[in-house]
Design a binder for this molecule. Structure first.
Ligand code: ZN
Length: 283
């Protein structure tokens, strides 16, 4: 749980930061202060600021990446996402789901504010709808627990991010936005945050009616692919930010076992529907 919000006095250290700090004084939304590790406090983006930053990043991503031109798959993935998002403990962000046409990239990620991108490479790796929903549930878990705002604020600082939100066109602003977008697919969260996203994601998966074991099953597929690839090659983006370690897989299996065994045994994975709506259209 976070402590209450209160204002922080920000000291600008260069002209850009001073401008940003002045602009942030007239920005209608106020970031809140959260305790960082070690007890030090720092200013974190408010929900409105997080949404505004995510919108800027999404605009950039959608000019750089190719959005999949298949309304059947887009609608199918959106419906799954909305089903999970409706159950999310966080309802103050506009969740949005977009499939990117890139069969060589096994990745899915969310941005601050709830935009989520799923690559066709990841769709092809899933055996069934429940596995896809497990990845999407995990990413919604990060959004629900407000991990993005905390992570990017820690990395870049509140004032720099406010500059981007307010349309900072300086080379520094452009550089930071490019960095944010460039690393969005490999955003690093702490182990504690990953565990929290797993727990929240599995809860969404279960409450949406899917088999909870699907999350560990997908992680095992990731682990297998990584082992087959062998050393010397760049890791999969989703793998580099979500290591499929034996510990993690065991942990996911244990999390799934918290749900009643008889109900789990009858929970669907929707493999046939997934084959028809996704796999048959991508091959
Ligand atoms: Zn994660």
């Amino acid at each position: 749980m976070r402590g209450g919000c209160r204002r922080l006095t920000r000291k600008a250290v260069c002209q850009t930061l001073m401008l940003t700090a002045c602009l942030s004084a007239i920005w209608p939304f106020q970031g809140c202060v959260t305790p960082a590790e070690g007890g030090q406090q720092f200013n974190i983006l408010s929900t409105q600021e997080e949404i505004a930053l995510g919108d800027k990043m999404a605009q950039q991503i959608e000019t750089e990446e190719k959005v999949l031109n298949d309304p059947v798959i887009q609608d199918y993935v959106r419906v799954i996402g909305e089903r999970l998002a409706r159950l999310s403990p966080r309802t103050d962000v506009p969740y949005k789901f977009t499939v990117i046409d890139n069969p060589d990239t096994i990745n899915a990620f969310a941005l601050p504010g709830g935009h989520m991108y799923i690559y066709t490479g990841l769709l092809k790796l899933c055996d069934n709808e429940a596995q896809l929903a497990s990845v999407m549930g995990h990413e919604i878990g990060h959004v629900a627990a407000k991990h993005h705002g905390e992570s990017v604020t820690r990395q870049y600082g509140y004032s720099i991010l406010m500059g981007i939100i307010l349309g900072d066109k300086s080379s520094q602003g452009a550089q930071v936005l490019a960095q944010l977008v460039g690393t969005a697919g490999e955003m690093r969260f702490s182990r504690v945050q990953e565990h929290e996203a797993d727990r929240l994601g599995m809860d969404l998966l279960w409450r949406a009616g899917y088999q909870p074991e699907a999350m560990a099953a997908f992680m095992q597929k990731m682990q297998q692919i990584e082992q087959e690839k062998g050393g010397g090659r760049a890791p999969l983006p989703f793998f580099s930010s979500h290591p499929a370690t034996a510990d993690r897989i065991t942990n996911l299996q244990n999390l799934a076992m918290q749900y009643p065994a008889d109900l789990r045994a009858n929970s669907p994975t929707y493999a046939e529907r997934y084959q028809e709506k996704v796999l048959s259209r991508l091959n």
